[in-house]
Design a protein around this ligand. Sequence first.
Ligand code: ZN
Ligand code: ZN
Length: 424
Amino acid sequence: MAAKARMLIFLGDGMAGRPLPELDGRTTLEATDTPSFDRVASEGACGMLNPISPGVAAGSDTAHMAILGYEPYEYYRGRGPFEAKGVGLEVNAGDVAFRCNFATVENGEVLENRAVIDRRAGRIKERTDELRQTINQQIPEIDGVKVLFKESVEHRCALVLRGEGLDEHITDVDPHAEEPTDYHECKPLPGYEEDEAAKRTARIVNQFVERSRKALNGHPLNQAREADDLKPANIILPRGVGTAVELEPFAERYKLSGALIVEVDLVRGLGLYLGMDVVTCEGATGGDDTDELAIAASVVSTFEDHDFVLANIKAPDLGGHDGNVEQKIAAIQKVDRALGYVLDNMDFDRAVVILAADHATPISVRDHSGDPVPAAFFGYGVTPDDVQSYGERACAQGYLGHFCGSDVMSILGNYAGAGEKYGA
Ligand code: ZN
Ligand code: ZN
């Protein structure tokens, strides 16, 4: 059945939290003046959203998967494939993919020396495409496995391994340390030591790293960098491995033309993976300085040729990770202003929105937590309840009670008149 209304998922990344003594026992959401959030809550139906399931701290990737209706416990096998897709690499089901850094290893020519003195190669910004060309020429395959490699912005890059007998149960090479630290040998994860595919994949990764050193050491770009007193990008350090799985494209599953306007590359990669249109918004920086009204304007214009949009503003999550109350409050206000623009410029007699967060990032935790997040549905088809403001404890009093991320598409579809009857 064709939907009677457009559907919008509007998320403030990590916007939910926990009560803070310095806010007199309120959460940052409860303490922030959010007129647009409160309008949606007071005219709509509220509840508490458990992004994956109660108590599970979700990553942004798994939370977005669940909210888009792709059960992460069934489909998620690591972030690498979404990273690689986001960078523009072709990723097929069965591929093993990684995100990587260009990094600086001390004495690049002495292979026994594994000390990484800068895991971002001096935050290299330019000409990494030349390094990629060299890698592509010199390492087209390893042991019968096809190697695809591409640079992203700054020191970031991605790697895809394609071939038989590969497995993602292996460790990271990147030491994840800011101090000089040896990079790790890739090994099968505990419990997979005897797994032939994991052993083979680890061997191939180690060969890739060693061959990247040989290819990049003495590269003209690195010679030029060293002459300018810049750190050479003389090694590639893979991490965040994942196996690509078959995911039913969003358009096929829901019969909707869907678009994503998000500031997190990983989630953009997920959208591309699902065959959704990933809209690039000028002014969306992914930081505290993001242009929230530009994002809001692109939400409105994207509905001209789509019937589903998911938008996510990243800034509140940053304040949560930094443990900075003022920063998080300012970021929440940005999300509220963006929603205000959308409310003013779209007809909600013909559209339905859910306002929520992809997970909580409480100031007191400085990371994602497994708390439920407040959610409010507003617009076409929605039965209003008595909740008057948007916040953790206010929304817990709402009509929808508790639900999970994987319920969101059904609830939206039900309001929009797109749901199909289950049974006779
Ligand atoms: Zn997130
Ligand atoms: Zn986060």
